[in-house]
Write a protein of this length. Structure first.
Length: 135
């Protein structure tokens, strides 16, 4: 596989060397926090990883596509107005002989934004044709 992001090319090849034996795949991927317009995911760090590539499911293409890169073992997607779910996978990247090699993708995890909850609704007044509610 080859992915180019800006000036950087990431390579993983089943022909050259087994990348999975050098760097294990990302594990422990989970959603750890969400708001009505953000979702945070985390995963177990890999000791030899120099960074991680995050993939999101593209509904139109029906596949996962790389959308971000991070050196942390977590990522937050914010400003998700109108988006209620986000399905991601993560790959670790290591450097071997000056070539960046990528692990296989993690299992997918779905994150959900929260829906604002109204704790108490009070009927302020009502008639035969209308009801006035207050929070």
């Amino acid at each position: 596989y080859q992915i180019t992001k800006g000036q950087k090319t990431l390579i993983a090849s089943s022909n050259a060397i087994s990348v999975s034996t050098i760097l294990p795949p990302v594990s422990g991927l989970e959603m750890i926090a969400s708001t009505n317009n953000s979702i945070t995911f985390s995963w177990r760090p890999i000791s030899d990883a120099i960074n991680y590539i995050v993939y999101a499911y593209n509904q139109l293409k029906k596949c996962f596509v790389p959308i971000d890169e991070t050196t942390d073992n977590y990522i937050t997607f914010s400003d998700l107005e109108g988006i209620t779910t986000l399905k991601i996978k993560v790959a670790g990247v290591s450097k071997i002989n000056n070539v960046e090699c990528m692990t296989t993708l993690s299992d997918e995890v779905i994150g959900y934004t929260t829906i604002p909850v109204i704790n108490e609704i009070i009927v302020s007044s009502f008639t035969n044709t209308s009801t006035v509610l207050s929070i």
